[in-house]
Ligand binder design. Structure first.
Ligand SMILES: Cc1cc2nc3c(=O)[nH]c(=O)nc-3n(C[C@H](O)[C@H](O)[C@H](O)COP(=O)(O)OP(=O)(O)OC[C@H]3O[C@@H](n4cnc5c(N)ncnc54)[C@H](O)[C@@H]3O)c2cc1C
Length: 298
C-alpha cells in the first residue's frame, strides 16, 4: 500500500506505484491489503477451511445420462461424513455445461489436529475413487486442479470495512457464510462491490475520501442483505463446528438406511423396531438433545 498523510493513497503492483483517490481491496480471503491497512486480525487456522476442486471435461450427453438430466438441466450433490474422515467439512459434485466439478472443503484446524495426519490431496483421491463418484467422472479429462481458502468465521471474520482512502469488499472483508447446506460468498462479493462503488462515487464527488465519509459503506451494507444475513447466521460456526455432525449423524443415517433396506436369512423386526434400535445406538444421548436445541440457532 502507498500512504499519504496517514491515509491509503494507492498500491504498489509489480514494482510499479499506482496512486489513487480510493483503493478498493478485492483481493480475496487472504487479503494482504486489508492486513497491511490494519483492518483485520491476523489469519488464524480456526477461521478458515481449505478447498480443493477438480474439473473434468465430459461431453454434454454423457453428463446428462450419468446424472439423469434433461437438456439444459444441472445437478449438485453434497457429501458429508466419511469423505473427510469425520473432519469438519464435506464434499461436492456438480455439473456444468460440459464439465463436472468435484471437490472437498476441510477445516484447517481439524486437518492440523488430525492424528495420524490427514492430507487434503489423499482425501481428494479417495473421494474421486468412491464408486458413486468414480462412475460419474469416468473417462473425464482433468482440466483444472485448484485450491482456495474459505472463511468459516461468519460475522466474527468480518474485518473493519474502511480506512481513510480505502474500502474492503467480498472475501477480503470476510463476507462468506457456510450454513451447512450452502456456502455463500459470490453474491456478497458482488453486492459489496456495488456498495463500495457507490460510496467511492460519493466520496469523489465531494472530494472527501476520509474514513468518516467512507463509513457510509457499512451503513449501505446494513441496509441490504449483506450485513443483515451475516448477522442472521452469526451462530452458524458454533453450530457447524460440532464434530458429531461429521461423525455420529452421518453414521446414524447410513446405519438407519442400511438396517431398513437389508434383507437377510433371519426373521425381521418391524421397521419401527429396527429404526429405534439404530437410533438408540447413535442418537439417544443428552448430547444429541443439546445439538438439536443448538440447531435452532441456524
Ligand atoms: C470450493 C469453493 C466453493 C464455493 N462455493 C460457493 C457457492 O456455491 N456459492 C457462493 O456464493 N460462493 C461460493 N464460494 C465462495 C466464492 O467463490 C467467493 O466468496 C467469491 O469468489 C469471492 O469473490 P472475491 O472477488 O471477493 O474474491 P476472489 O474470487 O478470491 O477474487 C480475488 C482475486 O484477487 C486476486 N488477487 C489476490 N491478491 C492479489 C494481488 N496481490 N494482486 C493482484 N491480484 C490479486 C486473486 O488472484 C483473485 O483473482 C466458494 C468458494 C470455494 C473456494
Amino acid at each position: 500500500l502507498l500512504w499519504e498523510d496517514g491515509r491509503v493513497a494507492g498500491v504498489v503492483a509489480g514494482g510499479e506505484e499506482i496512486w489513487a483517490h480510493i483503493v478498493i481491496a478485492a483481493d480475496g480471503a487472504l487479503s494482504f491489503m486489508a492486513d497491511k491497512a490494519g483492518l483485520r486480525a491476523p489469519l488464524a487456522p480456526d477461521n478458515y477451511a481449505v478447498a480443493v476442486k477438480e474439473v473434468y471435461k465430459l461431453d454434454e450427453k454423457t453428463i446428462e445420462e450419468r446424472f439423469g438430466l434433461e437438456e439444459g438441466q444441472g445437478a449438485a450433490n453434497l457429501f458429508v461424513g466419511a469423505v473427510t474422515k469425520g473432519l469438519f467439512g464435506g464434499g461436492f459434485l456438480y455439473t456444468n455445461k460440459d464439465t463436472v466439478s468435484l471437490g472437498l472443503v476441510v477445516g484447517m484446524s481439524s486437518l492440523m489436529k488430525s492424528r495420524p495426519p490427514i492430507e487434503t490431496h489423499s482425501l481428494m483421491d479417495a473421494f474421486a475413487a468412491r464408486p458413486e463418484v468414480a462412475c460419474r467422472i469416468k473417462g473425464g479429462d482433468l482440466k483444472e486442479y485448484s485450491a482456495h481458502i474459505i472463511s468459516e468465521a461468519g460475522l466474527a471474520g468480518v474485518s473493519k470495512l474502511c480506512a481513510g482512502g480505502m474500502l474492503v469488499v467480498g472475501d477480503a472483508a470476510g463476507f462468506a457464510l457456510n450454513v451447512g447446506i450452502t456456502v455463500r460468498g459470490m453474491e456478497f462479493a458482488i453486492a459489496s462491490g456495488v456498495m463500495a462503488a457507490e460510496t467511492a462515487n460519493e466520496a469523489l464527488e465531494r472530494g472527501d475520501a476520509s474514513e468518516a465519509l467512507l463509513a457510509g459503506y457499512e451503513k449501505r451494507l446494513r441496509e441490504i442483505f449483506v450485513l443483515k444475513d451475516m448477522e442472521t447466521f452469526r451462530h452458524s460456526r458454533e453450530v457447524l463446528e460440532k464434530e458429531r455432525l461429521f461423525t455420529v449423524y452421518p453414521r446414524f443415517i447410513c446405519s438407519l438406511l442400511g438396517s431398513l433396506f437389508t434383507v437377510d436369512e433371519k426373521p425381521q423386526a418391524s421397521l419401527y423396531q429396527r429404526a429405534m434400535g439404530v437410533a438408540k445406538q447413535h442418537m439417544f444421548s443428552w448430547q444429541s438433545i443439546k445439538d438439536i436445541m443448538d440447531f435452532r440457532k441456524l
